[in-house]
Design a protein around this ligand. Structure first.
Ligand code: FPP
Length: 212
């Protein structure tokens, strides 16, 4: 969800204002994903490297997660959205933990959309932890999460930044210059449209169908 900072700077606002606007884009995108029949949506909300940011910015982000967990959960539950938080929990503010646990528990029956928020998340760390337990690709997959079909990166960034490295083995990438706070249903539709035009071979050869 890149571009919150740039969105704010372009308006001479503090970066936290960009993150607040980014949280609105999260709400819009979750609604759009439900409408468009997306089964799993994972949002990179805070990477383990984001602890390097100024304390005030980190606190503003933690406040937005807190608010999201309090304000959106009832609607998630009603709309069949199952919420999970992936990443480390031991470094998060202590009061966030019961909020996360309660949100996960109260939405656990949701089967319309699985919304995963990556918070204090590092894919390298997740792979290291899973590799201690798993012996096969299937076991790794079960511990880490589903393979990614489509990865969307906003604000012109074109790198993985320690995100879902294993799960993206055969992901299709969609890059857009749009800043995350401006992301909306049309942006998601454009990304999905782009994805639908890709030919996915998974390393195999696809023979064209003979003309009828
Ligand atoms: C990266 O772009 C964005 C983040 C590190 C934070 C993402 C957080 C939100 C969208 C808001 C809260 C989320 C939830 C789930 C309620 P950047 O802000 O570093 O942008 P820049 O590259 O323009 O500086």
């Amino acid at each position: 969800m890149d571009g919150n900072g740039r969105w704010a700077t372009a308006r001479s606002l503090p970066r936290a204002a960009g993150h607040r606007q980014g949280a609105q884009a999260v709400r819009r995108t979750v609604t759009a994903a439900c409408r468009l029949g997306v089964s799993t949506l994972t949002l990179y909300a805070f990477s383990s490297d984001n602890w390097k940011r100024p304390g005030a910015e980190v606190s503003a982000l933690m406040m937005l997660f807190r608010r999201y967990l309090v304000q959106e959960i009832e609607q998630c539950r009603r709309e069949g959205i199952r919420l999970s938080v992936i990443g480390r929990r031991d470094r998060l503010p202590a009061d966030l933990i019961p909020l996360i646990e309660s949100a996960e528990q109260s939405t656990s029956a949701g089967n319309r959309l699985h919304l995963r928020l990556a918070v204090d998340y590092s894919s390298r760390d997740a792979i290291l932890a899973a590799a201690e337990k798993a012996r096969t690709r299937e076991e790794m997959g079960a511990l880490l999460g589903p393979d990614v079909d489509l990865l969307i990166r906003t604000a012109g960034e074109q790198r993985l930044s320690d995100y879902l490295l294993w799960e993206c083995a055969y992901a299709e990438f969609h890059f857009t210059g749009q800043l995350w706070p401006d992301f909306n249903q049309a942006s998601l539709e454009a990304a999905i449209g782009d994805f639908q035009n890709r030919v996915r071979r998974f390393g195999a050869v696809i023979h064209p169908k003979p003309a009828a």
